[in-house]
Design a protein around this ligand. Structure first.
Ligand code: DPP
Ligand code: ZN
Length: 846
């Protein structure tokens, strides 16, 4: 496959003033008729007229009303307009086959409903067009079809029996185009914007799902208000439609005025959704809504700039969640996710800069690095310039670039203009891949405390040498009694090595470094368990207090693994003290009970030059869990009593925090009582959070088969709950049983593997089960490879994404590497393997 480079960017030779599309819907022969007004682009002399198109059968084409026979090859239609220096109208009609579209890109059918996914390059599967984000136009759409609901972007126009028209007055790139047609029902509401615009809100779902819409609608209204209040951004159309669809490769899509959601990312009810589901849905609704300004009104010049909209929009949705719920809890959860998903990517063969410089298949770059590290970079920028300058820069960004397709250079320039700072070094965060490692050394002499930091970013593919980056280090100092002697300040750490001194201190302080996780780096610091325990007890920064407990747990596990040590008393006592403290938010205490994931432990061992043994990591984790249960024995019933919820169910921060802590306590209790309490809880559970938490405890204990069967019977009609049923069994199996459990489930009649949610429900937990996936013998590698081979011709995008299960393979021993290499080669040898999967596996192999 061809590689596309950022450095080769050239503008398109023409601007598009207007797009008119007519769809005559038919499952296997939909006609798309286009009329597009082009004019020469004054910014370039290049007049090549090339349109993208894939899988289209062209029926006719005209330029300015004259029949035209264009040249079509390899997905490119080329023609030379008779008068390229004057405006002209291109018309064409193509036939497409939505029914045969299993890749879920372009126009496809899901349960008889038509829907689209055009980001990144799906529009070229609908009609011939300059399918690139820097070509923006207004769209007018007419849909002819027998369906009761016919939707497209923008404002509704004329409609009647068998047709509907839509007009989107805001120029947009083709990737934001959307169309939906089907037998849908709406949950409707209204929103009045700050300037008084009345907006019709609709959440469209399949009949039967009406009861799962209320939460999403509330989340939408909160998002609309929040963006007005915090960013001064108002909605700009008369209607905002959201559609839930069952077959969808990603979470959701921000199409202008017509967001399309994976049903798992929008449908919610207390009986079928966990608290985590609710929180995630709220965040995704916000995310897609916020794209209306950061992504749609201001879009990306080219796909290398993807983080321009994604990093910023993830950052904004995180701010929203922090405001609505608990800021420390959100921050901790985001850092857990970052370490679980972005760090392995950044520290392995798939490592790429936040703004990549080349790709073969852009779908492979919708990554944790572009999204989550992209958001971290914005958080760092905000820390460095301060809140006021950040707000001013954003105002300037919206004012200066509204209606444009922009670059990271444009983004940084508004910050430079507002602050007068030179951001050349900061820009390395966008161009250098890899996670910087920061080493800390300390010195204390005559009342002067010196902190010496050094930074190294290890080599990543294509980038052997790295330059120092600007790392904002949020630092506070604590005195011996735990009082803060130096409140949080931001150290600007810009050189390979740099010292910071603090004078006039009465006693040697204990530093609290990288508060709030002020930069996405790995902190390497030799400290005693006693000092960590001190921070766990006293740190005034909630993130770092949690982090102290986390590192204490990690070091404890690592010594158990490498030295066969017993669980560390500092950890267990520190944990007990924190959990006893009823002034602390239950959600926060629940997070304190978490352990580093087994994959994270493997990464740390690998970084320290030790080959990880997955079974040993599993065993140590189990042992520590068991000791924790015993150590907290007396406290567990009290935690359960404290976290009882007496009010009617609400998926808010307060209640979900209680359920999280109660669930964590139940998991420990089950290790002591053999599941008696969990069985009882399962019988009384009246919401999915409690039901799933009780069932999980039982399965983890090797019990609960009767409950599992009852769960299936209760929920067999609900596809989203059955996804959970699949995932649970694989995720909670013991390492030696994971593969046989997964294999047996692939034979279940409900294993509709062509549905991405169902495929991921089974194979996601397989890949995430560290000790099970890497269980000796490599059967899990083979099973996953078998199914990737099967899925690739059907759905390359989801296949390629699942390949990342293998990205950490170089961490492990020679036997495991050899077993994985066999599977990677076997997949790569498949004839006709997709560009998506080929690129991923080639990069993973390195
Ligand atoms: N642009 C989408 C999102 O991140 C992904 N298709 O919201
Ligand atoms: Zn997004």
């Amino acid at each position: 496959p061809a590689t596309i480079y950022l450095k080769d960017y050239v503008p398109f030779g023409y601007l598009v003033d207007e797009v008119h599309l007519t769809f005559d819907l038919a499952p296997n022969a939909t006609l798309v008729t286009s009329r597009i007004a082009f004019r020469p682009n004054p910014d370039t002399d290049n007049r090549d007229f090339r349109l993208n198109g894939e899988g289209l059968s062209l029926r006719w084409a005209k330029i300015d009303g004259q029949d035209w026979k264009p040249h079509v090859r390899d997905g490119i239609l080329s023609a030379t307009p008779p008068n390229p220096e004057t405006p002209f109208v291109w018309e064409a009609q193509v036939e497409i086959n939505p029914e045969a579209n299993t890749a879920l890109e372009g126009l496809y059918l899901s349960n008889g409903m038509y829907c689209t996914q055009c980001e990144a390059e799906g529009f070229r599967k609908i009609t011939y067009y300059p399918d690139r984000p820097d070509v923006m136009s207004t769209f007018t759409v007419r849909i002819n079809g027998p369906h009761p609901v016919l939707l497209s972007n923008g404002n509704p126009g004329a409609s009647g029996e068998g047709f509907a028209e839509w007009h989107d007055p805001w120029p947009k790139p083709a990737y934001l185009f959307a169309l939906v047609a089907g037998d849908l029902v709406a949950h409707s509401d209204r929103f009045t914007t700050v300037s008084g615009r009345e907006v019709d809100l609709n959440l469209w779902v399949r009949p039967g799902d009406e009861g799962k819409c209320a939460f999403g609608m509330e989340a939408l209204k909160k998002s609309m208000r929040w963006d007005e209040e915090v960013y001064g951004r108002e909605y700009d159309l008369d209607a905002f439609n959201i559609v839930a669809v069952d077959d969808f490769n990603m979470g959701a899509m921000e199409n202008k005025g017509l967001n399309i959601f994976n049903s798992a990312a929008v449908l919610a009810s207390p009986e079928t959704s966990t608290d985590d589901n609710f929180e995630r849905i709220e965040a995704i609704i916000a995310h897609e809504y916020f794209h209306n300004w950061t992504g749609n009104r201001i879009t990306c010049r080219d796909w290398f700039q993807l983080c321009l909209k994604e990093g910023l929009t993830v950052f904004r949705d995180a701010q929203f969640t922090s405001d609505l719920r608990s800021a420390p809890v959100k921050r901790i959860r985001d850092v857990i996710e970052l370490r679980a998903r972005q760090f392995p990517e950044d520290q392995g063969p798939l490592s790429h800069p936040v703004r990549p410089e080349s790709f073969q298949e852009i779908n492979n770059f919708y990554t944790a690095t572009v999204y989550e590290k992209g958001a971290e970079v914005i958080g760092m920028l905000k820390r460095l310039v301060g809140d006021a300058a950040y707000a001013e820069a954003l105002d300037l960004y919206f004012a200066r670039h509204d209606g444009q397709a922009c670059t990271i250079e444009d983004w940084l320039k508004v910050f430079e203009d507002v602050t007068g700072r030179d951001l050349a070094q900061f820009k390395r965060w966008y161009s250098q891949a890899g996670t910087p490692r920061v080493k800390v050394e300390e010195d204390w002499q005559d009342g002067t405390y010196t902190l010496t930091l050094s930074q190294v970013t290890p080599p990543t593919p294509g980038q052997p040498d790295k330059l120092p980056q600007v790392i904002p280090i949020a630092l506070g100092l604590l005195g011996p009694n735990g009082d803060e002697v130096q409140p949080t300040q931001i150290l600007e750490f810009t050189r390979a090595q740099q010292s910071f001194t603090f004078e006039g201190l009465a006693a040697r302080p204990v530093p609290s470094i990288l508060r709030e996780f002020s930069a996405p780096v790995v902190l390497e610091r030799e400290t005693s368990p006693a000092e960590r325990a001190f921070l766990l007890a006293h740190d005034t920064d909630p993130f770092n207090r949690w982090e102290a407990g986390r590192t204490l747990a990690e070091e404890c596990l690592l010594t158990m693994i490498t030295e066969g040590a017993a669980p560390d008393a500092d950890y267990l006592n520190g944990l007990l003290a924190v959990l006893r403290d009823e002034t602390l938010d239950p959600a926060y205490r629940a997070l304190m009970l978490g352990l580093p994931s087994q994959s994270e432990l493997a990464a740390t061992l690998h970084r320290r030059g030790v080959t990880p043994n997955p079974q040993a990591i599993w065993d140590a984790t189990e042992t520590l869990r068991q000791s924790t249960a015993q150590h907290l024995h007396d406290l567990l019933p009290r935690l359960r009593a404290e976290t009882q919820v007496d009010q009617p169910f609400a998926p808010d921060a307060a209640q979900s925090g209680k359920r999280a802590l109660g669930g964590a306590a139940l998991a420990l209790l089950t290790r002591l009582d053999g599941g008696a309490q969990a069985t009882d809880d399962y019988g009384r559970a009246d919401n999915m959070t409690l039901q799933l938490s009780a069932l999980s405890c039982l399965l983890k204990a090797g019990k609960g088969q009767a409950e599992l069967a009852a769960f299936y019977d209760q929920w067999r009609h609900d596809r989203l709950v059955i996804d959970k049923w699949f995932g649970l069994q694989v995720g909670l199996a013991s390492p030696d049983k994971v593969v046989e459990t997964a294999r047996a489930l692939t034979g279940h009649p409900d294993f509709n593997w062509k549905n991405p949610n169902r495929f991921r429900a089974l194979f996601g937990p397989l890949a995430m089960h560290h000790a099970g996936f890497h269980f000796a013998g490599g059967a899990a590698y083979e099973l996953l490879a078998d199914w990737l081979i099967r899925l690739d011709p059907v759905n390359p995008q989801t296949t390629a994404r699942m390949c990342s299960a293998f990205q950490t393979w170089r961490r492990y021993d020679a036997d495991r590497q050899a077993l994985i290499a066999v599977q990677l080669d076997r997949i790569l040898a498949q004839p006709g393997l997709s560009r998506d999967t080929t690129e991923m596996l080639t990069r993973i192999k390195g």
